[in-house]
Design a protein around this ligand. Structure first.
Ligand SMILES: [Zn+2]
Ligand SMILES: [Zn+2]
Length: 584
């Protein structure tokens, strides 16, 4: 017998449960037509065509039936069937008949698997003895959803029942707890609760609107990236958000983004498009004059919005939108400068991500030699570029791995992956070498010998999309932003109205020193004011009462450390300014 690895075993367990689900459904709903039931990442599903409607509230009943049947499932037996036998067996099920036709068309064998009293058309991949190997408390029916037959909206809408399944109850519970935590941290929910961003039906879906608080977050993040870039001699540029068709024909984007381009026809009949990316515009800025090798690299930075006509069904919070702002940068340089320049950008990435406490690893994305024709440009150049990148990752003390075939068609790249507080991994920054655009736009410099030398270009967004980065950051921090980034950093709370004057003084002191403070001098009680600070996840709040006024001090409380105690206004200010400076 073949030895299976853990993943394969789990896969088989999940797929066996799909059979069990279908068996239970058919006992309870004999008219239902079953279609397909695969294993998925966290469990399994099965799609049915029910004659009556089935919803989430029916799941406990079905799950109970599954557990009952499971006891009698001791073995999966398989049998090969002729085309006629198979079609006769499923003569009232047009879905299975369609699948059988397909198997026949491919010239493959038709196999039926039977366990207990239930038989299904199947390719195999089950546990040997479900009753023994599947623990009844390690799976759970999850939810009901609609799904078109074969994923095609022209077909009938079926009912999909999802189940969760793991090897043990402990793993199932851990998964449920993590999912619950993820729901609490959902950026769409927190964005509303913390008043950061919104979507408006009148503006349209996938087009986020940012409130004053959300805008503070965006600007602070963008300023941080700029601070790091400025030290490395980047220059800001600015570009319009639309362009003539011709620019994208030349860059290749007209073809590549065909369906995702927002197109505009002017009253004179000219075709324009909203920009889906910024590179071709920046190239026009670079191309305004002839460059000597001494003047390279030229580094252009530009935080600017891009537009892509994503399908409505694909849109999701801030992760998938129709307009997003990139903290974009392009560096125009000689091939021989790649390593040094990459290291500079890498430093920016590391300095930027450090204060957030993500665990980072790097993927060196190289070309797939088996599909050489997929990539543009000279083989020698690819070799040079990839070995330069390999040297760079090897010189860094960081967890890295190679992604063969993950390169862009125009050049290799480094992708930075960040693991968040829930252990989920997100691709964040990428640094890409582009050998294609300089070719298309004939970009060169004059080298030491006075000859034209083809240059290369780097795409180097640090956050990528600020919107998407914020969706990751909101979930990573659960909306409890670090002090330097919090839209409101501290709330000043006078206990009674008689304390308002001193509270006002403290508030003014903080404001003068650019601390984002709020004064809560309303007439609600202390408990209510503190609760409000906590609900808004403010890093600090200050309480001022008789004792504080008498001692010329304030009482400081922290979201993360609890009671800090009485300190003088000078100490408070110093503490806050230090925390901003050190990005705590
Ligand atoms: Zn099966
Ligand atoms: Zn670019």
């Amino acid at each position: 017998m073949r030895i299976m690895n853990k993943e394969e075993k789990l896969q088989n367990l999940r797929h066996s449960l799909a059979h069990l689900l279908a068996a239970a459904v058919l006992e309870l709903y004999p008219d239902a037509k079953r279609t397909i039931g695969p294993a998925i990442d966290d469990g399994f599903y099965y799609d049915f065509d029910f004659s009556s409607s089935v919803s989430d509230k029916d799941l406990p009943k079905i799950e109970k039936k599954m557990k009952e049947i499971l006891k009698s499932w001791k073995e999966f037996a398989n049998e090969e069937k002729s085309a006629k036998e198979a079609k006769d067996y499923f003569n009232k099920n047009e879905y299975k008949k369609e699948l059988i036709e397909e198997i026949i068309g491919k010239g493959e064998k038709i196999t039926f698997y039977t366990c207990g009293k239930f038989t299904d058309l199947c390719r195999g991949g089950h546990v040997d003895n479900p009753a023994k190997e599947i623990k009844p408390d390690s799976f759970k029916l999850d939810r009901v959803a609609g799904a078109y037959w074969r994923g095609d909206e022209k077909n009938k809408m079926l009912t999909r029942i999802y189940g969760l399944a793991f090897a043990t109850k402990k793993e199932l519970d851990a998964y449920l707890a993590q999912r619950e935590e993820a729901e609490k941290r959902d950026h769409k929910k927190l964005g509303r609760e913390l008043d950061l961003f919104l979507f408006s039906d009148l503006v349209g879906s996938g087009l986020a609107l940012w409130t004053p608080k959300g805008t503070i977050l965006r600007n602070l993040l963008d300023d941080f990236v700029w601070e790091l870039r400025k030290k490395r001699d980047y220059m800001k540029v600015e570009i319009p958000h639309i362009t003539k068709k011709e620019l994208y024909e030349k860059s290749g984007h007209w073809d590549k983004f065909k369906n995702e381009l927002f197109r505009i026809t002017t009253r004179e009949g000219h075709e324009f498009a909203m920009k889906p990316m910024n590179c071709p515009h920046h190239i026009q800025i670079f191309d305004r004059k002839q460059w000597s090798y001494r003047e390279l690299p030229q580094r252009y930075a530009n935080s600017t919005t891009c537009y892509r006509d994503e399908q409505t069904g694909e849109l999701s919070g801030l992760s998938r939108v129709r307009s997003f702002t990139q903290d974009d940068a392009h560096v125009f340089l000689r091939m021989s400068q790649i390593k040094e320049e990459f290291l500079k950008i890498w430093d920016i990435v590391q300095e930027f991500y450090k204060p957030f406490g993500f665990t980072m690893r790097v993927r060196l994305s190289v070309h797939d030699p088996a599909q050489a024709d997929k990539y543009l440009g000279d083989k020698e150049l690819w070799k040079k570029a990839e070995s330069a990148l390999r040297e760079i990752v090897e010189s860094k003390k960081i967890d890295w791995f190679e992604g063969i075939g993950e390169a862009a068609f125009y050049g290799p790249k480094l992708d930075f992956m960040a693991k968040d507080a829930l252990n989920r991994e997100w691709q964040v920054a990428t640094i890409q070498i582009d050998m294609n655009m300089p070719e298309r736009f004939d970009l060169f410099c004059i080298n030491e010998k006075g000859e034209k030398e083809r240059i290369v270009m780097l795409h180097a967004a640090i956050m990528g999309s600020i919107d998407r980065f914020l969706s990751v950051l909101i979930e990573h921090t659960a909306g409890a932003f670090p002090f330097w980034l919090s839209p409101v950093q501290v709330k000043v709370i006078p206990v009674r109205t008689s304390h308002n004057k001193y509270a006002q003084e403290i508030f003014e002191l903080l404001k003068e020193n650019n601390i984002r403070a709020e004064l809560d001098d309303g007439d609600s009680n202390l408990g209510g004011k503190v609760r409000d600070a906590k609900n808004n996840k403010l890093p600090y709040w200050i309480v001022i009462g008789d004792k504080e006024i008498e001692a010329k001090k304030i009482t400081l409380e922290s979201r993360d450390q609890g009671q800090i105690g009485q300190i003088s206004p000078e100490e408070l200010l110093q503490k806050f300014l230090d925390e901003v400076k050190n990005k705590k």
